[in-house]
Write a protein that binds this ligand. Structure first.
Ligand SMILES: NC(=O)c1ccc[n+]([C@@H]2O[C@H](COP(=O)([O-])OP(=O)(O)OC[C@H]3O[C@@H](n4cnc5c(N)ncnc54)[C@H](OP(=O)(O)O)[C@@H]3O)[C@@H](O)[C@H]2O)c1
Length: 266
């Protein structure tokens, strides 16, 4: 991308979350105009104020975005019409504790993690100049995820906190691969944060308190978790899987999976 960071705009979804907040601080400090795309505007505004006390020159804007709602996504994209977006960090994600449907009757993990990110990215593409970056946050759970083309037929009894989350993230990764194949003019990559100390790892079960004592102290901090994504926002490559300090091509078994094209046409 040409130009200094002052002329660059990054959209960070889920900027109120553990890793999103770190990314917002880092990109603001680098001189970017940061658009915090958040469903909880009050929480986002309070974080913005906090960052402004640390970095008075920061250029940060809060905009409402509910990723499980197509109308909210469309309204968000409409508000940006005519602006240039140089980086998009699709960071927001959810791991629902139980089977929940959105207003449109779609399972919450798939509606948010897959369809929401997909619609948002598609609507923002016309605002992204050649060489712009898109980073999609995936998960190591994609490695054992099971996904079929008929995922929309999912029934309540098919739901599992981890398995459904993993499948929705795999669908998102297939979307990212399709996007990179169809848009060679952009840098499109995925980032895997590992297991990170955030709300996301809460299972809403009796053993959470034990996990907090014995497990949380040993997992990655949000700063460590978001590092690969921040690296991916700078790369001049595409179709790479950023994890830890490594940057590898996305494995061929994903890139060449027939579901990539099937989902692309969905
Ligand atoms: N933590 C891990 O171990 C881990 C591992 C692998 C991948 N990831 C991925 O990393 C990303 C960041 O997670 P995190 O660990 O930082 O979790 P987090 O602290 O729970 O942050 C999640 C963010 O997503 C936002 N969000 C959730 N549902 C949304 C919706 N429907 N519309 C708009 N925003 C929504 C949340 O908003 P609110 O603040 O309003 O709740 C929050 O800002 C996620 O994509 C997650 O799947 C995390």
């Amino acid at each position: 991308m040409e130009g200094t960071a002052q002329h660059q705009v990054v959209i960070i979804t889920g900027a109120t979350g553990s890793m999103g907040a770190v990314a917002t601080r880092v990109k603001a400090a680098e001189g970017y105009r940061v658009i915090m795309a958040c469903r909880n505007v009050k929480k986002a505004e309070s974080l913005r104020q906090q960052i402004l006390t640390e970095q008075p020159d920061a250029d940060i804007v809060v905009m409402p975005l509910e990723l499980s709602s197509p109308s909210s996504i469309r309204a968000f994209a409409q508000m940006l019409e005519g602006q240039k977006v140089t980086e998009l960090f699709c960071n927001a994600g959810v791991k629902a504790h139980r089977y929940t449907l959105t207003e449109d009757g779609i399972e919450m993990d798939f509606a948010t993690n897959y369809l929401g990110n997909r619609l948002l990215t598609n609507l923002l593409l016309p605002l992204m100049p050649i060489g712009a970056h898109i980073v999609i946050m995936v998960s190591l759970t994609t490695k054992f995820a099971h996904l079929t083309a008929d995922w929309q037929q999912m029934r309540p009894k098919d739901f599992g906190q981890l398995s459904t989350y993993a499948s929705s993230k795999l669908a998102l990764m297939y979307y990212a691969i399709g996007l990179a194949k169809h848009h060679p003019e952009l840098h499109i990559n995925v980032a895997d944060p590992g297991v990170v100390d955030s709300n996301m790892i809460n299972m809403d079960r009796w053993y959470d308190r034990l996990a907090d004592i014995f497990f949380r102290p040993f997992i990655k901090t949000p700063e460590q978790g978001v590092y690969p994504a921040l690296q991916a926002l700078k790369t001049d490559k595409s179709l790479c899987y950023f994890v830890g300090k490594k940057e590898n091509p996305i494995p061929q078994r994903f890139v060449n999976n027939p579901l990539v094209e099937k989902l692309w046409k969905e």
